[in-house]
Design a protein. Structure first.
Length: 610
């Protein structure tokens, strides 16, 4: 049985001890903890106390901001920041043979001092020991916070980079064809270039623009893709084998053999993906191919109108076939390179469609002549040649329904380079010589063909005085600078224009589908004004004895729809000035007679002065 006389052990979780416990204030750990708390509190108090103002003696951008609070620091730096934003920063480029200077305006190049962020950093609580230490003995020179818009800075530096850049000269091997037909490679040696790395330049400028000194930027050598040794080795490895024999091009059931002299100029050895390789000019090869065999390719031919008698007939369109230049170049380079060149290029010909198909032209309904008009030529050969050239541009024009025609746009400017001659034109109410004289006769003939074809006249202008070889009120002058002859095809079908010289006449005919029967009415002349004689003492005077009476006349076009309908009437009123006689010299009526010469034995009284 247990001994109940012994005292019971306390259930405290640890053995009982006979030693008494120390009070808390006598324990060492208590005092250590209290020391830590006191020191930490003092540090926090010091950090908070010393924060809120910049450390004593602190300067930023040359300005003393020591002891200033955040608002004062920001105010002090804002003015300086604004000044710096407009002060140009000098740039100097060196390296790789470069010697260039430039400048950037920080505010325009994405560079700015952030006064607010700088003030916040300098006046915030000094939590870090380094920050606290700066407050104790005093501040130092501090760099400001800077904002950099990298994209804007790159844009500002790009013109400088472009001015410094020198593209490397890539080496190449081309081919000289001699008079005897032999081909010899010609080497262009590669040359180093120069480049300014814009990203590196931007980093240099953003890091040094506040120094007050020019920022130095380093240009670097830009090397060609293939060095001189690589180009030189390609002469024997690539160039000479490429022109060592004939080239056969096959396609579309035909073959053409080209001698080296025929295709060599279309070949070259150039860098491709860092290696010297044979390249070809497809268009040049295409020209050489057609020269060797004109039937190898054929151009597409539009459907066209051919007049047989007085009837327009549709000549069918013809599809073309061609070796695409890109495909031809690829096939040729493949045939001339590799371990065992075949020297035979197989190319697939592609079919090209005409711009105007047979079906499209047939659908325009150009089936009959709807009008024709002719005027008689003068004996001036240069004038007739001008008309012939202008008519050749008009002849064959096809107008779709609703399409407008401009004679100036169709013929173009009348210049000697385009074959036009000087011939009489009306300028300032007088006949003078100018390039393209006579084209107004084609314009008049065209206007009458439009008139009787019933087409919509948009713009025309009669001559300033009447010319008897034209119908009164139904004629149209032309001037490249200011006067045009325009009309619109409102017939609902296509219109084909035939224009040219037949015998001693200018003839213009319109073909389509007749939709109007047209007649012309003319009034009697009114406001008749006889010509006068003009005396001209200017140096550029050109005498003219031709005269014409001035008058006003009305011309009415009466159009009756084919198949019936109410007639439509359209009237033009033309005012002609008189064509005056021009005499070069003074008006005799205004010349005062000279005093008679004194009598003498050799000059009897009354003898006219010579």
């Amino acid at each position: 049985m247990p001994n109940t006389d012994q005292p019971a052990q306390q259930e405290t979780g640890r053995p009982s001890s006979d030693r008494p416990r120390r009070p808390w204030f006598r324990r060492p750990t208590t005092w250590v903890g209290l020391g830590v708390v006191v020191i930490a509190g003092g540090y926090c108090a010091a950090a908070l106390a010393l924060g809120g103002q910049a450390p004593r003696g602190t300067t930023v951008l040359g300005a003393d901001v020591g002891g200033q609070d955040r608002a004062a620091v920001e105010s002090t730096l804002s003015g300086r920041a604004q000044q710096l934003s407009t002060t140009p920063v000098a740039l100097q480029v060196t390296g790789a043979g470069a010697s260039a200077t430039d400048e950037v305006v920080p505010g325009e190049a994405g560079l700015a001092v952030d006064a607010a962020a700088t003030a916040e950093r300098l006046t915030g609580p000094a939590w870090a020991p380094a920050d606290l230490w700066r407050h104790l003995p005093g501040g130092t020179t501090q760099a400001p916070e800077v904002d950099v818009d990298t994209a804007a800075l790159r844009t500002a530096l790009q013109p400088l980079a472009d001015s410094v850049a020198v593209a490397p000269v890539e080496g190449a091997v081309t081919f000289d064809v001699r008079e005897d037909g032999t081909v010899e490679p010609a080497v262009t040696a590669p040359e180093d270039g120069r480049a300014l790395d814009v990203d590196a330049a931007a980093r240099a400028v953003s890091g040094g623009w506040l120094s007050g000194r020019p920022v130095t930027l380093q240009a670097a050598v830009a090397e060609p893709s293939v060095d001189a040794a690589g180009i030189q080795s390609a002469v024997e490895a690539v160039a000479r084998p490429a022109v060592a024999g004939n080239l056969v091009v096959a396609g579309g059931g035909r073959e053409a053999t080209l001698a080296p002299a025929a295709f060599a100029r279309s070949l070259a050895v150039r860098p491709v993906d860092g290696k010297a390789a044979l390249v070809a000019d497809g268009a040049g090869l295409q020209a050489a191919l057609v020269a060797a065999d004109p039937q190898f390719e054929s151009a597409a031919q539009d459907a066209r109108i051919e007049i047989v008698g007085e009837t327009p007939q549709v000549v069918p369109a013809v599809a073309g076939r061609a070796a695409p230049p890109e495909d031809l170049a690829k096939a040729v380079t493949g045939a001339l390179t590799g371990e065992q060149p075949t020297r035979r290029a197989e190319v697939q010909l592609t079919e090209s469609q005409p711009a105007l198909t047979t079906e499209a032209l047939q659908q325009l309904g150009i089936t009959e002549r709807i009008s024709t008009f002719a005027t008689t030529l003068t004996a001036n050969k240069g004038r007739t040649e001008n008309i012939r050239i202008a008519a050749s541009h008009v002849d064959g024009t096809i107008l779709r329904p609703g399409e407008e025609f401009s004679l100036n746009d169709t013929v173009g400017e009348r210049t000697p380079e385009r074959g036009f001659n000087r011939a009489p034109v009306i300028s300032g109410g007088r006949l003078v010589d100018d390039y393209g004289g006579g084209v107004s006769q084609l314009s008049t003939t065209l206007f009458n063909a439009v008139f009787f074809g019933g087409l919509d006249e948009i713009e025309h202008k009669p001559h300033s005085f009447y010319i008897s070889r034209y119908p009164e009120g139904r004629e149209a002058t032309i001037d490249w600078r200011s006067i045009d002859n325009r009309f619109r095809n409102d017939s609902g079908h296509g219109v084909y224009i035939q224009a040219g010289i037949v015998g001693n006449q200018v003839v213009v005919s319109m073909y389509g589908t007749k939709f109007m029967d047209v007649t012309a009415e003319k009034s009697v002349r009114r406001n008749v004004k006889p010509p006068r004689t003009i005396y001209d003492t200017s140096g550029g005077c050109k005498a003219s004895s031709a005269t014409a009476t001035g008058f006003t006349v009305d011309v009415t076009r009466v159009m009756t729809p084919v198949g019936g309908g109410a007639p439509q009437r359209e009237t033009w009123t033309t005012v002609y000035n008189p064509e005056n006689r021009i005499v070069c010299g003074p008006d005799p009526a205004t010349v005062r007679p000279s005093s008679p010469a004194p009598s003498s034995p050799t000059a009897p009284v009354g003898t006219p002065a010579q």
